[in-house]
Write a protein that binds this ligand. Structure first.
Ligand SMILES: Nc1ncnc2c1ncn2[C@@H]1O[C@H](COP(=O)(O)OP(=O)(O)OP(=O)(O)O)[C@@H](O)[C@H]1O
Ligand SMILES: [Mg+2]
Length: 257
C-alpha cells in the first residue's frame, strides 16, 4: 500500500478539524493497523497538546523556517517526529510561532513551503497515512500542507456562515492545484450534525452541488469530554454517536481513494 497524505482543512474555525484528525488517527492505527503520522500545522497546537507531546524542541515552525539551510530538508524534518503514548501514532508537533508565518514569508523565501513534500518522500516507507491538522487560515503552514497532500478532507458545520465560506475555500484549493496538480478533494465531512430540517437541507444542497460528501458525524457531548480526558473517542466513548460515526467515516475514507 502506498502512503496517503491527507490535509484536514477549512478556513472556518471550530468545525472539528482537530477532532477529526485525532479520531481518524486513532481509528486508522487501532482498527486498521495503519502506521500514522499526524502533523500539527496549527499555531493553537491542539493536536500536540492532546497527545501531550512537547513542542519546545523541534517543531513545524522551526522546520518551515530552517529547512532551506539543510542539504536534505526531508531528513531534517523527519528527525523532528516524536512518538505518542499510542502504538503506530507518531506526531510532528506544532508551535505558536506558526501564527507569524503568513503567505508573504513564502513569497519572500524565508519559509520553505515544499518541506512537507520532502518529508513525505523521506518517510513514505515508514507510514501508511499522514494526516495534517491545518489552521483555520490560509498561511504558510496550510500552503505547505496542500503542496504535500494527495487529498483534502473538509470538515464542515452545517450553518449559513460555514456554507458561505465554502466558495473561498474551493478557490484556494483550485489555486493550489497549479503547484500540486494531484490534489483531490476526498470529501466534505458534515460535523456536529443533529436531526433538523435546515441541517438536512444544507447537507442535501452540498450533495446536489456535486460535491463529494461523507456520511455526517453526529453531535455528541462526549467530544468535549474527550478533550479533557485526552483519549480519542475509540477509547473514551467508543459507543457514543460521534464515536460510531467516526468509525463509519474512516471506513468510507479508506474506500474512497
Ligand atoms: N461531533 C461533535 N459533537 C459535539 N462537539 C464537537 C463535535 N466535534 C467537535 N466538537 C467540539 O467543537 C469544538 C471545536 O472542535 P475542534 O477544535 O476540533 O475544531 P477545529 O476546526 O480544529 O477548530 P480550530 O479552527 O480552532 O482549529 C470543540 O469544543 C469540540 O469538542
Ligand atoms: Mg483545530
Amino acid at each position: 500500500m502506498s502512503i496517503r497524505t491527507t490535509a484536514i482543512l477549512n478556513l472556518k474555525g471550530g468545525v472539528a478539524k482537530t477532532t477529526t484528525a485525532i479520531n481518524m488517527a486513532a481509528i486508522l492505527a487501532r482498527n486498521h493497523g495503519s502506521r500514522v503520522l499526524l502533523i500539527d500545522a496549527d499555531s493553537q497546537c491542539n493536536t500536540t497538546e492532546f497527545f501531550g507531546v512537547d513542542s519546545s524542541g523541534s517543531n513545524l515552525a522551526e522546520i518551515l523556517r530552517n529547512a532551506q539551510h539543510y542539504d536534505d530538508p526531508g531528513a531534517y524534518a523527519a528527525g523532528c517526529i516524536q512518538g505518542t503514548q499510542y502504538d503506530r501514532i507518531h506526531l510532528l508537533p506544532g508551535d505558536e510561532m506558526l501564527m507569524d508565518m503568513d503567505l508573504s514569508k513564502v513569497e519572500q523565501g524565508t519559509v520553505c513551503s515544499n518541506v512537507l513534500r520532502y518529508l513525505v518522500e523521506e518517510v513514505k516507507d515508514m507510514y501508511d497515512h499522514i494526516l495534517i491538522d491545518c489552521p483555520p487560515a490560509f498561511n504558510a503552514a496550510s500552503a505547505a500542507a496542500l503542496i504535500a497532500a494527495d487529498d483534502v478532507i473538509i470538515p464542515i458545520k452545517l450553518d449559513a456562515f460555514s456554507l458561505r465560506g465554502m466558495g473561498n475555500l474551493m478557490r484556494q484549493i483550485k489555486n493550489m492545484r497549479k503547484i500540486n496538480p494531484r490534489l483531490k478533494i476526498a470529501g466534505l465531512l458534515p460535523t456536529m450534525w443533529y436531526k433538523d430540517l435546515q441541517i438536512q437541507d444544507a447537507e442535501k444542497q452540498l450533495r446536489d452541488a456535486g460535491l463529494p460528501v461523507f456520511h455526517h458525524i453526529r453531535r455528541s457531548d462526549k467530544v468535549d469530554k474527550m478533550t479533557f480526558q485526552q483519549d480519542p473517542l475509540l477509547i473514551s466513548s467508543p459507543n457514543s454517536a460521534a464515536g460510531v460515526d467516526y468509525r463509519k467515516f474512516v471506513a468510507e475514507y479508506m474506500r474512497r481513494k
